[in-house]
Ligand binder design. Structure first.
Ligand SMILES: C[S@@+](CC[C@H](N)C(=O)[O-])C[C@H]1O[C@@H](n2cnc3c(N)ncnc32)[C@H](O)[C@@H]1O
Length: 262
């Protein structure tokens, strides 16, 4: 899988793309991450990527021509059969989440993540070349770089082989539809607070039960929306129908002896 990040600030990615899981995933050949400077697709001496908005208003707008040229080269022209999927970071987009990260990690289709800047991007590029507008949440960042990094990281860690201990990912928040249960490590007592006893019991079934109960309780308290969805997806089994109690057979009353007088 190849991920290309298109940005005005390529140096921004030097650190995050070369540390920890992202670095290992690239070394292992699971993913290729390329970072490209948008100004390389400008045609003027000043490498201009922005202009004033039609209709006035503050701020500048990313111009259509350099962005379109870059996307057509990096992702493929619109309509090309093997075109990479183009994601544009934008507060107007739909919020990024675990299911979307799973979709991309499973499809393993190449993606290009376009980082916005200034007031935004000429709408005509969005209409003709963007497949998904992605928001990180209901707040405004200075540029799309942080959002791009979050998107890339959340996809790459889901690629098979990317995590050193993949079993941990199975219980990560959202993987089960719930938030995760609390974690503890040594020492057994910290600041007078002891580790829950069940975790020291060695009883794996009891530990799994405890973690599930904790995950349910934390999700119900913090994310009632997820909790409701979980209950809808995993309805409790219907109570077992009570079998009607069969009356114990009364010992058959012995037939009265034939009355010799009848
Ligand atoms: C200053 S913001 C522009 C905000 C824009 N004028 C608006 O109100 O929607 C510059 C760029 O940062 C990125 N950005 C800002 N907030 C974001 C968010 N919540 N999620 C994803 N990207 C964001 C986008 O790429 C955006 O084009």
């Amino acid at each position: 899988m190849r991920i290309t990040i298109l940005t005005l600030f390529p140096n921004w990615f030097d650190g995050p793309c070369h540390e920890s899981i992202l670095a290992r995933a690239q070394e292992a050949g699971l993913v290729e991450i390329r970072v490209r400077q948008l100004r390389d697709w400008t045609t003027d001496r000043h490498r201009t990527v922005d202009d004033a908005p039609y209709g006035g208003g503050g701020g500048m707008v990313l111009k259509a021509e350099p962005v379109a040229a870059a996307l057509d080269e990096l992702a493929g022209p619109p309509g090309a059969p093997d075109r990479a999927r183009v994601l544009f970071t934008s507060p107007r987009g739909t919020t990024w989440n675990h299911p979307r990260a799973i979709q991309h990690a499973t499809a393993r289709q190449d993606i290009v993540v376009l980082c916005g800047h200034y007031e935004g991007l000429d709408e005509r590029v969005i209409e003709t070349r963007v497949d998904e507008e992605v928001s990180l949440g209901d707040f405004v960042l200075t540029g799309g770089e942080i959002a791009a990094m979050a998107i890339v990281d959340s996809i790459v860690r889901l690629l098979p082989g990317a995590l050193g201990a993949p079993e941990g990912a199975a219980t990560d928040s959202f993987a089960t539809g719930l938030l995760e249960a609390p974690h503890y490590t040594r020492p057994e007592i910290f600041d007078g607070h002891a580790v829950p006893e069940v975790l020291l019991s060695g009883n794996h079934a009891a530990i799994a039960r405890w973690r599930h109960e904790q995950a349910l309780a934390i999700t119900a308290a913090r994310r009632p929306d997820l909790h409701a969805q979980h209950l809808a997806d995993h309805p409790p089994p219907p109570p077992r129908a009570r079998r009607p109690r069969v009356k114990a057979k009364e010992p058959a009353t012995p037939a009265p002896p034939n009355d010799p007088l009848e």
